[in-house]
Ligand binder design. Structure first.
Ligand SMILES: [Zn+2]
Length: 301
């Protein structure tokens, strides 16, 4: 089966629960090298999605990824909730994509793969991606249900109806297969998401989800897509705070306070150990590790 290891590189501080420019240096000096070592050890080829602002502040991080032979992709320009793709107009989406693409390509060469900040896209994103020369998207998380624990959660209910296998996005709905030129490669989920945060919060539940997903992929040929962040490899030593980001009280309690508490579990070495188990399990299941771009090549064949 195909295993797509994907990594979102952004300046988000998990302990501070907000973007913080000090994270850029920590990711470059600590998070990315630890991750690259682990990937080399297990011969993993992956895709690293950078935000434009991160690439601007640390082009050397982008170069480091390219030199290690991984694919570099785009994670939007700005990761703040106000710049989420599902709240931007079509023109704003095109402009953010162009800005991000230009700065990332300065360090990486041509890029074709995209993942939206906070996995928030809408129908305009499909056309905006075509307009700006992208070929793949990985912002849909088919059959993942977060309830109130995420931002933009009402719009994400359509994930429940999205195809499980990769599909060409439709212009009418991002949760339907259609005629666009953008290949959607959904992030794996089975109610619960197959991502680093979930793995750290509850390793044993993630093992069960993984068992189901591996079984499915072996039977159907659907690629596994795991999502991780280099800032999960950075240990917390210092201040932890809960910044209010949600606009209403329920959102504040679930998406900010509770989610923040849970997200602090197993950071640093703990996260790396758990991730190594995932890679070993994937190897035991005869996985071939591919970048998004390479997977697209296989899909077209
Ligand atoms: Zn992100």
């Amino acid at each position: 089966m195909y295993f797509l290891m994907t990594v979102d590189v952004e300046a988000f501080s998990i302990p501070l629960n907000r973007e913080d420019s000090s994270v850029v240096k920590q990711v470059y000096e600590e998070g990315l090298p630890l991750l690259l070592d682990l990937f080399s050890k297990h011969d993993v080829k992956g895709t690293f999605y950078f935000t434009g602002t991160f690439a601007e502040q640390s082009p050397e991080s982008v170069e480091m990824i390219r030199e290690h032979g991984h694919e570099v992709g785009c994670h939007g320009y700005d990761h703040s909730p106000q710049r989420a793709f599902d709240v931007l107009s079509y023109e704003e989406q095109v402009s953010d994509l162009k800005k991000a693409k230009a700065v990332i390509e300065d360090a990486a060469g041509k890029i074709v793969s995209f993942r939206a900040p906070a996995l928030r896209i809408n129908e305009d994103t499909v056309k905006a991606l075509e307009e700006t020369g992208f070929k793949t998207d990985s912002s849909i998380c088919s059959q993942r249900f977060d309830g109130p624990f995420t931002f933009g959660s009402k719009k994400k209910l359509k994930w429940l109806f999205a195809p499980r296998k990769p599909y060409m996005l439709s212009y009418d709905s991002v949760a339907k297969a259609g005629q666009s030129k953008i290949l959607e490669v959904p992030v794996s989920a089975f109610i619960l998401p197959y991502v680093g945060t979930m793995m750290r919060i509850n390793p044993s539940i993630t093992k069960i989800v993984q068992k189901i997903l591996f079984f499915e992929s072996t039977k159907t040929g659907k690629p596994l897509v795991f999502l991780f962040h280099p800032n999960e490899c950075i240990s917390v030593n210092g201040k932890v705070s809960t910044e209010r980001r949600a606009s209403n009280y329920v959102g504040y309690i679930f998406a900010d306070v509770l989610r923040q508490r849970l997200k602090l579990k197993n950071l640093g070495r703990g996260a790396l150990k758990l991730l190594e188990c995932v890679l070993k399990d994937a190897r035991e299941h005869d996985s071939e590790f591919l970048s998004m771009k390479d997977y697209r090549g296989k899909y077209r064949e």
